[in-house]
Each structure stands twice: as C-alpha cells, then as structure tokens.
Write a protein that binds this ligand. Structure first.
Ligand code: G
Ligand code: G
Ligand code: MN
Ligand code: NA
Length: 254
C-alpha cells in the first residue's frame, strides 16, 4: 500500500524516465531502432526497474496515466530528434492490456503524433500475444487502426504467450520479437535452438522481420544470424541506457 501511494504521487510528480536499448541490424551493422523502457525515479529508493512497479500499476489502473506519459514522451523525444539529429531511428514502446482495451491508446497516440508532428513510421508499438488473444477480433480492428496511422507494430515476447498461429497471420505486424527465454538457450540447448529456427522460418513465411531479444554472446549472435534473424537487441550490444548516452551511440553507429 505504501508503494501504491508512492506510485500515485509518482504519476502526479512525473517521476519517470525512459531508457533506450538499441536494436541492431546485422546485415547493415548499424543501429536501426531502440526500445524505450520506463524507470521510476523514486525519491528515496532511487531508480526502480519496471518489473517492480508495472504489475502494481496494472492492478491499480495507474498504468493508464503512466502509459499515456510513455506515449507522449516517446513522441516528444522523437520529434526533438527529427529537428536536431542527422539520423533518427524508430523507437518502440511497450503497451499493457488495459491501454489497449477500449482503444484509449489510439486517442493518446493520435494526439501525441499530431501535437509533436512526429513521423508515424518512427513510432513502433510492442504488443504481446496474451494481450491480443484476450479478444482477437477487437485486437484486429485496433491493430488495423494503428496500421492506418502509419506506426510500426511488433509482436513482443513471442513464443512464451498464448499463441494462435491462425491469428498470427491475420494480425498486421511488421516485426516478431523472439523471447529471450529461447535466445538464452542457444546454441547449447538443442530444443531452444529448434524453436528459434522454427520461429524465424515462420516469420519469413508470414513476411515479418525477426528481432532476437536478450542477445548476450557472440555465439548466440552467430547462431541466430545463420538462421536468418534480421535484427538483435541485448547486452552484447548495449543494455538500456539514458537518453544522452543513446544519442551518443546514434551519432556514432547509425
Ligand atoms: O527494462 P526492463 O528490462 O527491466 O523491463 C522489464 C519489463 O517491463 C519488460 O517486460 C518490459 O516490457 C516492461 N516495460 C518496460 N517499460 C514499459 C512501459 O513503458 N510500459 C509497459 N507496459 N511495460 C514496460
Ligand atoms: O518484455 P520485454 O521484451 O519488453 O523486456 C525487455 C527487457 O529485457 C528489459 O527489462 C531489458 O532490460 C531486458 N533485457 C534486454 N537485453 C537483455 C539481455 O541481453 N539479457 C537479459 N537478461 N535481459 C535483457
Ligand atoms: Mn518489449
Ligand atoms: Na520482449
């Protein structure tokens, strides 16, 4: 309860900050995007990772104002980069089920994109299978609305959720992000390797680009590269970093 009160105050006082984790395209050897990941600057506890407050935010409904903040902040940041940087890459953000339900996120996103005059193709939304499969028909219509806005869509944590291959082909995604649970096992774990291989082959058939998450070693990189994985994200390249540090990386590696 103490934490819940703190979190309410955090929303009021906007004690949040975004970190950015670069995404790399192996064929081009460049940073081709980044994932925005929220942290909470708690007045006493310091920097609190999302795993410690996103579940509480979801239970209490605070995820709605927090999610709106994330959307607006990402749009504002990308718009600023459009003005100041030579190269700007798409930035992805994570959505929770409650934001998705009822289509609230459509309004917030539409407004933020218009207000900041950000190019929609520079914004990417990450959604999980479980979030979509709760009501697949509704999901298809919301995803189609995102599509018309011109933002990019990625299916996050793929392979761990409640998947339906039947729906996978009907959801209009651009990217499929392979959950780091499988990436962690390759190349030594034969089963994880087999799963990674099948996911990448499936994605190719469906015309989706693949992103491996949680890539930590050269061995994982080369294994996934040989399977035809398009992009990678993980500690091997960089952990999530504060905005200034990400800008520095962009200027050096785009
Ligand atoms: O940054 P970190 O690796 O600790 O993220 C842990 C989890 O928190 C991830 O599953 C990530 O998707 C989630 N997360 C991070 N930022 C956000 C956010 O802005 N909104 C939502 N809904 N989840 C987030
Ligand atoms: O669920 P989602 O994919 O949004 O989660 C992203 C989370 O993965 C973040 O908490 C991020 O800090 C974490 N992460 C990113 N790269 C790595 C990595 O190489 N290894 C591990 N263990 N975690 C990672
Ligand atoms: Mn994610
Ligand atoms: Na993920």
């Amino acid at each position: 309860l103490a934490l819940e009160n703190d979190l309410r105050q955090a929303v009021e006082a906007q004690q949040f900050v975004l970190y950015f984790q670069p995404r790399v395209d192996l064929a081009r050897g460049r940073i081709v995007g980044a994932e925005a990941l929220i942290r909470w600057h708690h007045p006493e506890k310091g920097l609190v990772p999302p795993a410690q407050f996103i579940p509480l935010a979801e239970e209490t409904g605070l995820i709605l104002p927090i999610g709106d903040w994330v959307i607006r902040t990402v749009c504002q940041q990308v718009a600023q980069w459009q003005r100041t940087e030579r190269h700007v890459v798409p930035i992805s953000l994570n959505l929770s089920a409650a934001q998705f339900k009822g289509g609230r996120v459509l309004d917030t996103l539409h407004q933020a994109i218009a207000q900041h005059a950000v190019k929609a193709k520079l914004i990417e939304l990450e959604l999980t299978e479980s979030l979509l499969m709760h009501d697949p028909q509704a999901a298809i219509s919301i995803l189609s609305a995102f599509r018309s806005m011109g933002v990019r869509l990625s299916l996050d944590d793929f392979g761990t959720g409640y998947s339906s291959l039947a729906y996978l082909s009907r959801f209009p995604f651009d990217f499929l992000k392979i959950d780091r649970a499988f990436v962690a096992g390759v190349p030594d774990n034969v089963e994880d390797g087999a799963i990674a291989k099948v996911i990448i082959a499936l994605a190719k058939q469906l015309n989706l680009r693949t992103v491996a998450e949680g890539v930590e070693t050269e061995e994982q990189l080369s294994f996934l590269h040989h399977l035809g994985c398009d992009e990678m994200q993980g500690y091997l390249f960089s952990k999530p970093v504060p905005v200034e540090q990400f800008e520095q990386m962009l200027r050096e590696h785009v």
